[in-house]
Design a binder for this molecule. Sequence first.
Ligand code: HEC
Length: 124
Amino acid sequence: MISDMRLSVARLWDGGGWRAAVFLGVGLAAACPRDVSAAPSAREVFAKHCAQCHGKDGHGFTPMGKQLRIKDLTASKLGDAEIRSQIMEGAKDKKGIVRMAPFKDKLSADEVEQLVAFVKGLRQ
Ligand code: HEC
């Protein structure tokens, strides 16, 4: 009889423990809605914000790229810091006319860092 009871208590706890684990899992998933797989990839950010001028592959064979006589990103020799500041601050010509708009208000620091790596990755 006693051993019977112990068994059922153990079973109950087992079931409860399992449910608690599921609950914890759901709770964790809800607590971090922006897990890495859900965040847009650097490629998507580049396609959305940069490709209209630079082209998806960075060569700049776009109407905008031709008009601006854009630099080929795959041939760029800039270092991390220069790429970062180019993205954040954009570029103006000698007359102060904007050639590339600044992105510091449009992108998060994370997105900028991902783009720095992505832009370097375009080089062959
Ligand atoms: C309006 C068109 C336009 C958009 C959109 C644009 N760029 Fe540019 N980008 C340019 C032009 C034009 C230049 C060349 C500027 C110059 O004369 O130095 C340039 C230069 C650069 C350079 C420097 C290349 C070098 O070797 O000097 C980098 C890096 C760069 N862009 C990255 C980006 C990234 C990343 C994005 C998206 C967040 C982006 N650009 C969006 C037009 C654009």
